[in-house]
Design a protein around this ligand. Structure first.
Ligand SMILES: C[C@@]1(CC(=O)O)c2cc3[nH]c(cc4nc(cc5[nH]c(cc(n2)[C@H]1CCC(=O)O)[C@@](C)(CC(=O)O)[C@@H]5CCC(=O)O)C(CC(=O)O)=C4CCC(=O)O)c(CCC(=O)O)c3CC(=O)O
Ligand SMILES: NC(=O)C1=CN([C@@H]2O[C@H](COP(=O)(O)OP(=O)(O)OC[C@H]3O[C@@H](n4cnc5c(N)ncnc54)[C@H](O)[C@@H]3O)[C@@H](O)[C@H]2O)C=CC1
Length: 214
């Protein structure tokens, strides 16, 4: 099979349906809520956490088995039941209606799969093995989580600010690229993480000012 094409999807306010209410469905629901999806779960039984979401009105629920037609109007769907036949029926409906579908037990039939994810503010790091080993994706996520700490939230915000300024102040695109690379390779973030400097913003801006004076 060809490799999956990785993209970042905007699901904010979009109707996302999850068929099944078990542990795997719960994980997928959480990932949808984190990104602002409007979630509906269709399942006779729900996990405790999904029950809580339903009670709080965080998700809507149809407390019954899937029937053809349930997926109408969905932006994307997770078929996350433990019943192969139901998951196959979801596949048929999604194919007919051109809806994005992930089937949790049939990677080769999905038109998208979910990677492991690290979120640090605007920094997103995702890992996938094309479905070969989700456990490896998880292990690599845990390793990278230690490397890219919460401090990257502030760092990426500051880089965004500085980049805006560079775009305004420097007209030559090659010079702009050179400046951004020098900032990123300056070692400032490592010093900040190592506790050798306290004011990340000041260090980055001072470094930038020095660069444009040279
Ligand atoms: C294809 C894919 C479809 C999809 O779900 O999108 C898929 C499929 C399957 N996973 C299975 C099992 C496990 N999945 C996990 C965990 C995760 N699975 C996730 C994604 C994906 N899983 C997609 C490919 C991702 C990639 O490309 O690497 C993660 C990354 C994201 C998420 O789910 O949100 C999340 C980790 C999140 C994190 O913590 O970072 C664990 C580990 C654990 O539970 O501790 C196990 C048990 C150990 C193992 O089997 O590896 C089985 C059953 C196999 C069987 O029957 O034995 C199938 C079905 C099959 O393969 O047939
Ligand atoms: N993609 C992934 O990351 C993983 C996938 N899996 C696969 O995912 C499947 C589900 O795993 P779990 O969540 O642990 O199962 P589970 O047994 O905890 O939950 C199954 C859920 O499906 C619901 N369900 C069953 N028939 C239904 C129907 N006709 N309509 C609507 N809902 C229905 C049940 O009410 C229950 O809530 C497993 O069969 C396994 O093959 C397992 C681990 C990880």
């Amino acid at each position: 099979m060809d490799s999956y094409y990785p993209i970042m999807l905007n699901i904010s306010g979009k109707l996302c349906k999850v068929i099944g209410g078990g542990k795997v469905a719960e994980r997928k629901v959480n990932s949808l809520l984190e990104c602002g999806g409007e979630v509906e779960v269709i399942s006779p039984i729900l996990t405790r956490e999904l029950e809580k979401y339903a009670k709080e009105g965080v998700i809507s629920v149809k407390r019954r088995k899937y029937v053809y037609g349930d997926l109408e109007g969905s932006f994307l769907v997770f078929a996350a039941t433990n019943d192969e036949k139901t998951n196959e029926e979801c596949l048929r409906e999604c194919r007919e209606k051109d809806i994005l579908l992930n089937i949790v037990d049939k990677p080769d039939k999905c038109n998208f799969i979910v990677p492991s994810k690290i979120q640090r503010g605007d920094l997103t790091i995702t890992i996938s093995t094309n479905g070969k080993s989700p456990a490896l994706s998880k292990k690599i996520r845990e390793e990278l989580e230690a490397l890219y700490s919460e401090k990257y939230i502030e760092y990426v915000n500051l880089l965004g600010e500085i980049r805006k300024r560079v775009k305004m102040e420097i007209t030559d695109i090659n010079k702009r690229r050179d400046i951004m690379l020098k900032i990123i390779n300056s070692g400032i973030i490592d010093k900040y993480i190592g506790g050798k400097i306290n004011d990340l913003k000041k260090e980055l801006y001072d470094f930038y000012k020095k660069l444009i004076m040279d």
